[in-house]
Design a protein. Structure first.
Length: 102
């Protein structure tokens, strides 16, 4: 079965309701939309899966095991299981994909 999602039109729930932002899930992966307002952030979380972030709009600083990177519209960050956190000065909308480890 094929499904098409218009990520630009998705209106996500706040971070504390992030599980409601999962719009597709099938073993072994989960896809969600993440949107943080200007000055917002995502606290450190231990991820046991591989993670891909694709920036739809905005910019954020991401920390992966303490290493910092700035990701902007059109950027894609991919990491192995790690401790991740994020903050944004301007606001950001991201496609997040988690893939379970083999």
């Amino acid at each position: 079965m094929m499904r098409v999602f218009d990520l630009r039109m998705m209106v996500p729930h706040p971070y504390h309701e992030r599980e409601k932002n999962v719009f597709y899930q099938a073993p072994p992966f989960k896809v969600r939309i993440i949107e943080l307002p200007a000055g917002g952030g995502m606290p450190p979380c231990e991820m046991s899966s591989y993670v891909l972030f694709y920036v739809i709009r905005g910019e954020a600083e991401v920390q992966v095991n303490g290493e910092k990177a700035t990701i902007k519209e059109g950027h894609c960050l991919i990491t192995e299981p790690a401790t991740l956190s994020m903050r944004t000065d301007t606001g950001v909308k991201i496609l997040g994909l988690q893939v379970a480890t083999p």
